[in-house]
Design a binder for this molecule. Structure first.
Ligand SMILES: Cc1ncc(COP(=O)(O)O)c(C=O)c1O
Length: 529
């Protein structure tokens, strides 16, 4: 786990990088504030890592030292593991930078920003075909930090609505459950565990990586708060058949709502396959989330969640607060947050318009189809959909019939040497014997960079073909050592939480997100995006 950091004990914190160095005394020159950054004493000292320094340092030095430290991070443009936006126009960046000091929650002080959020919610709700007839209650929504927060809110709303219904019927309301695919992103496990809802999984098989609608509906009972259906799974990008689930529920007269996790597909499907019915056009779909920072084309973190009508968002979850003189209805997990991302989302939506999004998403789909075709020609097996039937990503694996003496992880490590971050990972539980690799085609992944990647994949495979088995293993070890960043004297492993047995990953070794090739395969916390 990368973000839950362990605080080093004194023994580790005070240990020198190289044993014995603590005994060597270096001459300390008096510092002269006017010398250059690299002539100052800071350039020959370690950057503080454990104790906040007693003294200040000049701003130029602090800037340069941190910038230099960060230069060992990967290049975001070459990070093909992540869905998250790595490019925005300068004008968008300028607007976002100007909004950095604004606290989004302070509606009284920044009413225009609040209004901009409402415009975004309206546009996204209409994009998802939310009912807008006067005869129906208005749909509603809010911005969030990302899809994870949006999904937490969606889960809470489904749980509370189910509880209220059970209470009104005088029935037991202590055993809620939620039905979902075992290929869900980790945030669904979090939501279920944090809010005490039993997780009911429809497992993937060796040749089905999306939810089986029949099996899914069979798992529903009177304690089911809802079904999660995914528009663009994290593993293969495939769209789940929300319509089939909806139609089965309607046919069997089952009162169970569907929440669609459109984290990645929410800004793709409406433009590439507008005829695909997965959204509020389906009567059982009551809420949808989308990540603004994925194909919504905004830097992290912004997400959105929309409910079909207030009926699905129980009143007791919404807080009406009078903050700094203005009444506001709030349903979020966090209170304060930056306003920049919401403003960035509005910029993208009015700057690009539907035509702009359509042009970008169609290009990405064509590029990913081209990459898929090239990889098939090179002998790989394709595991993702083409022609817009899934997200613009390519999931692929080595052909086992060819008896390679290396695996997908070795190919990923080989590509890492050129700077490409292309993750290798195992499929969801019950199909975890399958190893695969995934390239996410993002806005800044043009056809010419795609060609460079293809050349490098060819080269990687040629190199591995020429190595014997031992050499491949030695090589993988070598790359692992060199990419284990942040471990200097460090304790970046969370030993206390190793070998947990609660999550799908803990129980089965599932990686809810393709891990980065930065991390060794044995790392128990491989979900890093
Ligand atoms: C299907 C799906 N749902 C939810 C999430 C979580 O989204 P976020 O990173 O915006 O919290 C992801 C992230 O990759 C995802 O792919």
């Amino acid at each position: 786990m990368v973000h839950l950091s362990t605080v080093a004990n004194d023994n580790v914190a005070q240990k020198p990088l190289v044993e014995g160095m603590e005994k060597i005394k270096f001459r300390q020159d008096e510092d002269d504030q006017t010398v250059s950054v690299y002539g100052s004493r800071y350039a020959e000292q370690e950057l503080p890592a454990h104790e906040m320094p007693e003294e200040q340092m000049p701003k130029e030095v602090a800037y340069r030292m941190i910038k230099d430290d960060l230069s060992l991070d990967g290049n975001p443009m070459l990070n093909l593991a992540s869905f998250v936006t790595t490019y925005m126009e300068e004008e968008a960046e300028k607007l976002m930078a100007e909004a950095l000091p604004k606290n989004f929650i302070d509606y009284e002080e920044y009413p225009q920003t609040a209004d901009i959020q409402n415009r975004c919610v309206a546009m996204i709700a209409r994009l998802f075909n939310a009912p807008t007839n006067e005869s129906e209650d208005n749909s509603m929504g809010t911005s969030t930090v990302g899809s994870s927060e949006a999904i937490m809110l969606g889960t809470l709303a489904m749980k509370k609505r189910w509880q209220n219904k059970r209470k009104a019927e005088g029935k037991d309301y202590s055993k809620p459950n939620i039905v979902m695919n075992s290929a869900v992103q980790v945030c669904w496990e979090k939501a279920a565990r944090y809010f005490e809802v039993e997780e009911r999984y429809v497992f993937c098989t060796e040749d089905r990586y999306v939810i089986d609608p029949e099996e899914c509906v069979k798992l529903v009972d009177e304690n089911t708060i809802g079904i999660c259906a995914i528009i663009g799974t994290t593993y293969t990008g495939e769209y789940e058949d929300v319509k089939a689930i909806n139609d089965l529920l309607v046919k069997q007269d089952i009162d169970c709502p569907i929440h669609v996790d459109a984290a990645s597909g929410g800004f793709v499907a409406p433009f590439v396959v507008p005829e695909l019915e997965w959204d509020f056009r389906l009567e059982k779909v009551i809420s949808i989330n989308v990540s603004g920072h994925k194909y919504g084309l905004v830097y992290p973190g912004v997400g959105w969640v929309v409910w079909r009508s207030p009926e699905y968002l129980p009143k007791e979850l919404v807080f009406n607060i009078n903050y700094l003189g203005a009444d506001q209805a709030s349903f979020t997990l966090n209170f304060s947050k930056g306003a920049s991302q919401v403003i960035g989302q509005y910029y993208q939506m009015i700057r690009l318009g539907k035509n702009g999004y359509r042009a970008i998403m169609s290009n990405l789909t064509r590029t990913s189809d081209y990459l898929a075709a090239c990889l098939e020609q090179l002998g790989f097996i394709l595991m993702s959909k083409t022609g817009g039937q899934g997200l613009p990503l390519v999931a692929f694996r080595l052909d086992p019939a060819k008896g390679h003496h290396y695996d997908e992880f070795a190919v990923a490590h080989q590509l890492r040497e050129r700077g490409w971050v292309v993750p290798a990972y195992t499929m969801a539980p019950h199909s975890e014997k399958l190893k695969l690799m995934r390239v996410v085609v993002r806005e800044d992944f043009s056809r010419s960079r795609c060609d460079t990647l293809i050349k490098d994949i060819k080269l990687a495979v040629d190199t591995l073909n020429k190595m014997d088995k031992d050499k491949v293993e030695q090589h993988v070890e070598h790359v692992k050592k060199h990419t284990k960043h942040g471990k200097k004297k460090g304790v970046s492993q969370n030993k206390h939480y190793e070998n947990e047995k609660y999550s799908l990953q803990g129980k089965s070794g599932k990686a809810s997100q393709p891990p980065s090739p930065f991390l060794p395969r044995t790392n128990p916390f491989v979900r890093i995006y």
